[in-house]
Write a protein that binds this ligand. Structure first.
Ligand SMILES: *[C@@H]1O[C@H](CO)[C@@H](O)[C@H](O)[C@H]1NC(C)=O
Ligand SMILES: *[C@@H]1O[C@H](CO)[C@@H](O)[C@H](O)[C@H]1NC(C)=O
Length: 359
């Protein structure tokens, strides 16, 4: 049954539609300009302004075929809340960052070293939830309070030439959980040609199919990750390709983490052409004992990892690090192809790995 409020909205939309002017091109200088523009414009230019504290730069429900171009610096007022600071949805949409443009989260105002685990409530930055046959190109995010891009329920989405610059979060280790790209419940997402400086996963795929992560540079974070997988509504990861990426000054390089005691599956993941430099904990880590906080040390078989390919992974880790760390439950890791892995510096520790793994 329609509630009264939604009925009124419906009636007003129906009655307003014939008289609403349609502009092809609109320049937006405030959040309220945007609210008007997105109903009538298919070419929106967003200049420099500050989004008021506690508000979202709301690009939800853009008209099909809309191009939004950021041309200036968008900043955000300070409030302790969960965000997001920016949201977008639609079909056949292009979001473009012109050279010199920036979405500046001013994250230092929230950073307290605790990320999403406590302390100040911090807004997530950029929600791309329900964005189909669309692209996000050339956008720069600076100093995200906590996670950067959240990609969910997307189908046919390309992000290219993205910059996330959270270097300031390294000061006194105050930036935390500043994941660059969290991907879940999506099909056919490509992230390419991007440069990331952060303090958590460069990529984290919790679930989804046909995810590509190509030609990206990741610095300062926790590595390029599948997972954690398990304990959500969708716990299937199927076909992820990570290719031609560089990971430097990070805790981990390549990482697959499945949640202890959970169910799901990870299949068809390929990492190839990966360069590692100055990795503090693990060059390659694949663990089936994950839990937030600290791993249990006891792997479980509810989220099998099958059809994994690791090819041409080169570089070095710290002498105190593990080059390769694998912790699989009996029979829960199978059909792995392993070639051209050459990681210097650390020691390896492999439990439950298929015999193809050179450890
Ligand atoms: C935004 O500013 C530009 C440049 O000053 C102006 O042309 C445009 O009309 C403004 N947009 C709105 C919706 O007021
Ligand atoms: C190897 O890893 C297992 C599982 O975490 C751990 O129990 C064991 O102590 C490690 N061995 C060495 C030599 O570090």
């Amino acid at each position: 049954m329609l509630g009264l409020a939604s009925l009124l909205t419906f009636v007003s939309l129906v009655t307003a539609a014939p008289t609403a002017p349609v502009y092809s091109s609109c320049t937006v200088n405030s959040t309220s300009d945007l609210a008007t523009a997105k109903k009538t414009c298919t070419s929106i230019s967003i200049g420099s302004f500050t989004v008021p504290a506690g508000q979202t730069l709301d690009m939800k429900g853009l008209l099909s075929g809309t191009t939004v171009t950021f041309t200036g610096i968008v900043s955000f007022g300070y409030k302790e809340w969960i965000g997001p600071l920016v949201t977008v949805s639609g079909t056949n949409v292009k979001i473009v960052g012109a050279p010199g443009s920036c979405l500046d989260g001013g994250g230092a105002r929230w950073w307290d070293g605790q990320g999403g685990n406590g302390g100040k409530k911090k807004p997530k930055f950029f929600a791309a939830h329900g964005l189909d046959s669309s692209s996000i190109t050339g956008i720069t995010l600076k100093n995200t309070p906590v996670q950067g891009f959240s990609i969910s329920s997307a189908e046919g989405l390309v992000l290219s030439g993205i910059t996330i610059d959270n270097k300031d979060g390294d000061n006194n280790e105050l930036g935390h959980n500043t994941d660059a790209f969290d991907v879940g419940n999506s099909d056919d997402v490509t992230i390419t040609g991007s440069t990331i400086y952060n303090q958590d996963d460069c990529l984290a795929v919790n679930s989804g199919t046909n995810i590509q992560f190509l030609n990206n540079y990741c610095s300062g974070g926790h590595g390029i990750s599948i997972g954690s997988v398990g304990g959500r509504s969708n716990n299937v990861v199927d076909t992820v390709t990570v290719k031609d990426c560089t990971i430097v000054n990070s805790e981990n390089g390549i990482r697959i983490k499945t949640v202890a005691g959970a169910t799901g599956s990870v299949k068809g993941v390929t990492y190839s052409g990966i360069t590692l430099k100055n990795i503090a904990k693990n060059g390659i880590v694949i663990q089936q004992d994950y839990q937030n906080g600290s791993p249990t040390g006891v792997p479980t078989d509810g989220v099998p990892i099958t059809g994994l390919t690791i090819a041409n992974v080169k570089g070095s880790v710290a002498s105190s690090a593990r080059g390769i760390y694998i912790l699989c439950a009996a029979g829960a890791c199978s059909d792995w192809k392993w070639s051209g892995v050459s990681i210097s510096g650390g020691k390896n520790n492999c439990t439950g790995a298929p015999s193809s793994v050179k450890c």
